[in-house]
Design a protein around this ligand. Structure first.
Ligand SMILES: [Cu+2]
Length: 227
């Protein structure tokens, strides 16, 4: 995932937001055709909240091979559409010993980490091997604000429950999307031109490809993740 920080974020640059005349869109579907391995989850404590032994797929692939929770991102865009209006601070919730959302994209800035469970979580985020935040949340309803101040991929673990894993992708421009259960995504209001697009999933790692956006038209982009 260090690759994401290096290839996707690159050197931090200021993003210049404004109105986009004749913007096009990128519409795509991310697929994975390989075998889907399962991982065995063996909760060793707090089973009344965390659940019992189970198996979960390493990547969520639908019947037509579409992959859910893939982050798709345009690299190093200097100028373009405005950021979405600032609403509520993004949240990372601990719920039944899972991270909710499991994968999210946020702008550099604040993040609230919340424990919704009646058990201790110790939520620990990393840029690569470097700690981004590390906090004990012993109480249900506890809410600790933090800050992710640079772009890149942040893996989130729980030091109390080794199987918990989440991902936060911190971006420096608003041209990103997360695929739905069908693997599809749309990135809108892109100024015409050529871009590098990255699609990334924690199981496969990133793929990068070129895409040319035409004024006022959708560009269709199939993406295949490979392991
Ligand atoms: Cu935990």
């Amino acid at each position: 995932m260090i690759a994401f920080a290096a290839t996707v974020a690159g050197p931090t640059q200021a993003y210049d937001e404004g109105s986009v005349a004749g913007g096009g869109s990128i519409e795509g579907k991310v697929v994975f055709n390989g075998a889907v391995p399962m991982r065995k989850i063996i909760p060793t404590k707090d089973v009344e909240v965390c659940g019992g032994i189970r198996e979960e797929p390493m990547i969520q692939v639908g019947p037509d091979k579409g992959v859910e929770n893939v982050v798709v991102y345009l690299v190093a865009v200097a100028k373009g559409k405005a950021w979405p209006t600032k609403g509520k601070t993004p949240e990372l919730d601990n719920v039944k010993c899972r991270f909710e959302p499991e994968v999210q994209v946020i702008r550099t800035g604040p993040l609230d980490v919340i424990n919704k469970d009646p058990v201790l979580h110790n939520t620990h985020g990393y840029y690569g091997k470097r700690t981004a935040f590390n906090m004990a949340l012993p109480n249900q309803g506890q809410d600790i604000p933090t800050e992710l101040s640079r772009p890149g991929a942040v893996r989130v673990d729980c030091d109390a429950h080794g199987w918990m894993e989440g991902w936060i992708y911190v971006v420096d421009n608003p041209y990103y999307a997360i695929t739905g259960a069908d693997g599809k995504f749309t990135i809108a209001d892109v100024p015409p031109g050529e871009y590098d697009l990255v699609a990334i999933h924690s199981f496969t790692g990133p793929v990068q490809q070129k895409v040319t956006v035409t004024a006022s038209k959708p560009t269709s982009l199939p993406i295949e993740l490979k392991k």
